[in-house]
Design a protein around this ligand. Structure first.
Ligand SMILES: C[S@@+](CC[C@H](N)C(=O)[O-])C[C@H]1O[C@@H](n2cnc3c(N)ncnc32)[C@H](O)[C@@H]1O
Length: 285
């Protein structure tokens, strides 16, 4: 009876972040989304085109920096020294500025006690642009997330109840890396392992640090889900900052499970120096 009540309550729970974050925050203004919109500010093909374009540009930078011609598609970010990771990150930030006209980075939040936030540190973001991605391990209904989720403020909830653990530390980090290693094809990664470090290869993959809006700082970005299609180019999958907790090839059917990504889309023009704020309390009716 008790578990049934909890299960029903959970089914009705519609906010983006799980309950123990809600308890932490004083300002719980809700962003309400009508069913017809399905919370999409951008259509799926626009998100796909954006990601293809951005990842192709990351790939160009990688190829132009490849030290030997025979390393092909080999991707070993975890083998780089801290300094090499930093240089690679700086090159990719420069690419970001050329490619989309702005840069986003993590910095101390403007909210007292708000920890780290995400800022537009260069350029201007036009309304309706992908500014960031929410990285992490994807858990479908029934997959074991309880242990990782305890006191973890980085568990994001998709509209269809898929959970994303975007914590870059402790057990969450170990699980993400081991799922990424499990799903690699020989030397070729199918997700980005670097967002758990200080210097993500994909500079968009910092969306888990975006703080919740307040009266003083209303939301300027909103979350939007997108399932990466199976035909998405294999050589660009190494820039996707998400991985399924269960193997991407389903045991029973042998079918491939799609990878979910969550992008953060600007709700208005965002100027250089502004911090990004979302609504943790988006409710979809
Ligand atoms: C998903 S994390 C965001 C990243 C976080 N700022 C950090 O440094 O790790 C969510 C946590 O950030 C903090 N946070 C987010 N929005 C906030 C706000 N408007 N005011 C105070 N703290 C906030 C709360 O501690 C919350 O549990």
């Amino acid at each position: 009876m008790f578990f049934k009540t909890i299960r029903n309550k959970w089914k009705q729970y519609k906010f983006r972040f799980i309950p123990w974050i809600a308890l932490n925050l004083k300002d719980r203004s809700v962003r309400s989304v009508a069913p017809s919109e399905k919370d999409k500010l951008f259509n799926d093909s626009q998100v796909e085109q954006f990601l293809l374009h951005f990842f192709e540009n990351l790939e160009k930078v990688r190829q132009s920096n490849a030290q030997t011609s025979d390393d092909g598609d080999l991707w070993k970010p975890q083998k780089l020294t801290k300094e090499e990771q930093y240089l690679q990150h700086r090159n990719n930030l420069r690419m970001m500025e050329d490619c989309v006209g702005f840069i986003v980075e993590r910095k101390q939040s403007l909210i007292p006690g708000g920890g780290t936030g995400v800022f537009v540190t260069k350029g201007q973001v036009p309304k309706g642009t992908v500014v960031s991605m929410y990285p992490g391990t994807l858990y479908r209904l029934g997959e074991p997330i309880l242990l990782q989720s305890l006191a973890n403020p980085f568990i994001f909830r998709c509209i269809d109840a898929v959970l994303i653990d975007g914590n870059d530390k402790n057990i969450s980090k170990s699980i993400y890396i081991s799922c990424g290693q499990r799903d690699r094809h020989g030397p070729y990664l199918t997700c980005d392992l670097s967002w758990v470090t200080q210097y993500p290869i994909n500079p968009l993959a910092v969306g888990q640090y975006v703080n919740n809006q307040s009266k003083l700082f209303p939301a300027n970005v909103a979350y939007q889900e997108f399932d990466i299609p199976l035909q998405f180019p294999f050589h660009l999958r190494k820039y996707i900052p998400n991985i399924n907790y269960s193997s991407s090839i389903q045991e029973i059917s042998g079918q491939h499970r799609q990878t979910r990504v969550v992008v953060l889309v600007s709700l208005r023009t965002i100027e250089e120096g502004e911090e990004l704020f979302s609504s943790y309390f988006t409710v979809v009716h």
